[in-house]
Design a protein around this ligand. Structure first.
Ligand SMILES: Nc1ncnc2c1ncn2[C@@H]1O[C@H](COP(=O)(O)OP(=O)(O)OP(=O)(O)O)[C@@H](O)[C@H]1O
Length: 626
């Protein structure tokens, strides 16, 4: 009868313990739930798939991210202390349970029941309060850590040159900035609290079991190394499985992001099925990765359960014999079994921490890969800041440039000078390097050869922010954010007043259509300004450039996508924008170019192979031998 009672009690205690862990999910969700939340991005071509980030050690992860817990450590310490106090209450409650069994249940003296019963109730309330407080402050520390880490990684990402983004999939980057950052928190933030509280709980529960019967406790503790061995065996596999899951998660995010962003194209071309298939393909990859993880978790649980059951059977068998010999009371055995009922889940939890750490390490690899990326263009230590408004004199001196990873140069021996206020039209066939010229002027890249000067100063000697303050670029596609018309225009210069916004809109020829919108300047423009027409978007972009009021202007195909009538209408505000500014107008459509503007024509550079072939052709035509 006693063993049956013991099992019953243990079952209840374990459920209570699990329930407590489930509440902690807010701070440190169990593996399976985190896995399902991480489902997020998509890859396209297999060749296009991002590769697994390089592995780094846990120590390096701590070295990198532990300083981020500064200012939050008090919260984590409070969370640890409160969780430990809750564990102490549990130890005391079990002692009371043993006491009630021996002094009330076996002796049938009801009067001895009330005092320990009330004390037990009080302990339960205190344990509940401690447990809540611990979970709350740990969650607060964890969320604050996440907030600052995300800010840090995002700020770093924004220092990286455009080629970083051109070579990566947006969905994958988004997954790194969200899910992977969360995994790091579970390693160095709330993860640390969990480790400490679990270790202390193990010590307490084991200590209490030793206190009752040290010899019996020694026998059962002999199985602890087996628990740890099992989790060690699983940890390495979990890490690879988690890395794969993250990879497919990022790939799935990318497909969703690309497909939704290009929905009008998808629907106009009737490619919904293709897109669904793409997502399905990536979803299957994600499913396989998750099933791998599920297999590991599924195997891990039962293996630990078997070990735990072996211990219990041994305890109850030896305990029954000890009771029969009169060396142990029933209350003592039940309390002993109850301590073990708490001890084993705590030891199991320690093992799971190893698995969580493996998974978190996979996420931190991916975040550190971003943090390790360095911008290809930097400010020199001696870089100057422009203190007064630039005159806007631009010079390209014998500039040559090859894109990273390309063999053929895009620009070679390019020289040009634009005087302050002058308009230079840059034209040439597609791929000739017109937009590249603008990227070099903004220092998205530095030339490999020659130099670019602003007012006689090499732009590499200026800070990037002050250089870019002096330049306004109007892109081929007007890039708007999803705020209101007013916010989009004011984006040109932080602190611009509403009057300045309206003035710029009037000059840009946008005021009339803006006031006709349902909420005037407060009308939301929709995702990327999709609720406006192409011409309207372009005029808002012109107003934004006017508000910015920089001395140098780069117009990159400003008429692209506009019909003849709209283009003519946009040209007028553009002329007003160009007035008094050094302007480089990049276009292959010379119809709307103001008369008298100086024009330079860029020609695509041919590859050496094509040059050799052309020479060979010429020699053959001239009758020369090969
Ligand atoms: N990020 C990049 N990485 C590698 N190569 C690039 C990159 N951007 C452009 N190129 C290459 O550089 C060449 C010039 O591109 P660029 O965009 O400057 O041409 P463009 O004259 O502006 O063309 P278009 O008139 O079609 O816009 C092209 O061959 C293009 O493939």
């Amino acid at each position: 009868m006693a063993p049956a009672l013991g099992r019953l009690r243990l079952g209840r205690l374990r459920r209570r313990r699990l329930g407590r862990r489930r509440r902690m999910v807010v701070v440190n969700p169990p593996q399976s739930r985190r896995v399902s939340r991480r489902l997020s991005f998509t890859p396209g071509d297999r060749a296009d798939r991002p590769t697994l980030a390089p592995a780094v050690t846990i120590r390096r992860t701590f070295r990198e991210f532990w300083p981020g817990t500064r200012g939050l450590r008090r919260l984590f310490v409070a969370g640890t202390v409160l969780a430990i106090l809750a564990a102490v209450c549990e130890v005391a409650a079990i002692a009371l349970f043993g006491h009630i069994t021996d002094k009330v249940l076996t002796t049938r003296v009801l009067s001895a029941f009330w005092a320990p019963a009330l004390a037990w109730l009080a302990l339960a309330v205190v344990a509940g309060v401690m447990s809540f407080g611990g979970a709350y402050v740990t969650a607060l520390g964890a969320e604050r850590f996440l907030l600052s880490l995300r800010d840090r990684v995002f700020a770093h990402v924004q220092t990286l040159s455009p080629d970083f983004f051109e070579n990566r999939r947006l969905g994958d980057l988004m997954a790194r900035l969200t899910d992977d950052i969360e995994a790091i928190e579970q390693l160095v933030g709330s993860g640390m609290v969990k480790v400490l509280t679990t270790v202390v709980s193990v010590v307490f529960f084991a200590g209490a079991a030793f206190f009752i019967r040290w010899d019996l406790a020694l026998v059962t503790l002999a199985l602890v190394p087996a628990f740890l061995l099992v989790s060690k065996l699983f940890a390495a596999r979990f890490r690879v499985a988690a890395a794969n899951e993250r990879l497919s998660n990022g790939a799935m995010n990318s497909v969703i992001e690309e497909s939704l962003a290009n929905q009008s194209l998808v629907q106009a071309y009737n490619r919904q099925t293709t897109e669904s298939r793409r997502l399905h393909r990536e979803g299957r990859g994600w499913l396989r990765a998750n099933m791998w993880q599920a297999r590991l978790s599924g195997l891990y649980g039962p293996m630990v359960q078997v070990l735990q059951t072996i211990c219990m059977v041994v305890i109850l068998g030896v305990g029954a014999w000890e009771i029969a010999e009169g060396r142990l009371t029933i209350g003592g055995l039940l309390a002993f079994a109850a301590y073990l009922g708490l001890l084993y889940p705590a030891v199991q939890s320690l093992g799971e921490i190893a698995l969580t750490v493996s998974e978190a390490a996979a996420g931190s690899d991916r975040v550190m890969e971003i943090l390790d990326a360095r911008p290809s263009v930097n400010d020199r230590a001696t870089a100057l800041t422009l203190v007064s408004r630039s005159h806007g004199r631009i010079e390209f001196e014998d500039v040559g440039f090859t894109y990273p990873g390309r063999h053929r140069p895009t620009l070679r021996h390019l020289s040009l000078t634009a005087q302050p206020g002058e308009l230079i039209v840059c034209t040439g066939p597609s791929g000739a390097g017109k937009s590249t010229l603008a990227k070099l002027l903004l220092r998205f890249y530095d030339p490999d050869q020659g130099r670019i000067l602003l007012d006689g100063v090499d732009i590499r000697d200026l800070t990037r922010s002050s250089l870019r303050e002096a330049i306004t670029i109007l892109h081929q596609e007007s890039m708007l954010f999803s705020g209101s018309v007013r916010e989009n225009i004011a984006y040109g210069r932080p602190g611009a007043t509403f009057d300045e916004v309206v003035k710029a809109a009037v000059l840009a020829g946008a005021h009339d259509f803006i006031t006709a919108l349902p909420r005037g300047y407060d009308t939301p423009v929709g995702q990327r300004g999709r609720q406006l027409s192409g011409g309207q978007r372009q005029r808002i972009a012109i107003a934004r450039a006017l508000v910015r009021d920089a001395p140098v202007l780069v117009l990159d195909e400003p008429m692209t996508g506009l019909d003849e009538v709209t283009a003519a209408r946009v040209m007028e505000p553009l002329r007003r924008l160009m007035t008094g500014r050094t302007t480089i107008l990049i276009t292959h459509d010379l119809r709307h170019v103001p008369e008298g503007a100086r024009t330079i024509v860029l020609e695509p550079l041919r590859s050496q192979a094509r040059i050799r072939l052309k020479r060979l052709g010429a020699r053959l035509a001239a009758g020369a031998g090969v």
